[in-house]
Design a protein around this ligand. Sequence first.
Ligand code: BDR
Ligand code: CA
Length: 308
Amino acid sequence: KKKVIIDVDTGIDDAMALSYAVHSPDLEVCGVTTTFGNISVEEATRNTLQVLELVGATDIPVYQGAFKPLVRELKEKAKLFHGENGLGNIMLPLPTSAPQAISAAQYLVSAIKAQPNEITLVTVGSMTNLALAIMAAPEIVSLVKRVVVMGGAVAVPGNRTPVAEANICADPEAAAYVFQSGISLTLVGLDVTMQTLLTREHLQQWRERDTKVSRFFADICDVYMDAYAKVGNVRGCGLHDPLAVGVVIDPTFVTAVPMHVQVDTSGSASDARTIGDRRKHPEFPPNVDVCVEVDHDRFVQHFLEFVM
Ligand code: BDR
Ligand code: CA
């Protein structure tokens, strides 16, 4: 089994990504770390514990992370997409467990150092925890197996701004810091995640299955799909965070191209944009494998098979 740590801002698609990872026979989820983005870090921690309890994965430790970006102030939550509570305003029982005593960044450092070249980190929220971990222990850059990032939009429009994707927008300096750190990175951005759609027909199948878990996912995704429809995506909602998990399970779901990627931190209209350089330029060697194509049908089938 591949060992993964998932860094989440749970969030509707984060909840699906967690359930998919937990149920996938190819993965061992060693721990889950939380961050801000869709909601505050405290809400992300609560939602993560609730979702793990719902799917019966109470043995997975949860570590709370940063509550604000490295340099900037915390932005507004993504209420339109994820509701006031981050889970489409669908209520789960309050968690019976609590997060661990050490912080997300401390856990990342100790877990990666304890298992050199074994851990794949999947970040599906702001990249702050990873940036803090690298600052505290730069040696983890060469000890982590790979980092798979749901974030960015290299050749397609953004979602939080016309050019920038939400997870990069949440903490552009953290993303910029990680991108230039030399760590092995795969970027699963809107370029590919907007091609992996969950549709109303899928939700209907979950309703017919009529389990506690399938009803919960159908309910939260209804809210998510309504939001997508409001911004013009009537066919369905993007399986952003689940695709990042999918890429760890089976890298052949995507085609990735090595590029030099920079994150704009100018604070201007292009702030938080991920700029991918496809030239072969000796001064700008590739630092990121950017996913540019996805075998969407095969991925969505796999996701539906293992998400619950
Ligand atoms: C990303 O932003 C968040 O709203 C989602 O959970 C996902 O991680 C998509 O841009
Ligand atoms: Ca997320």
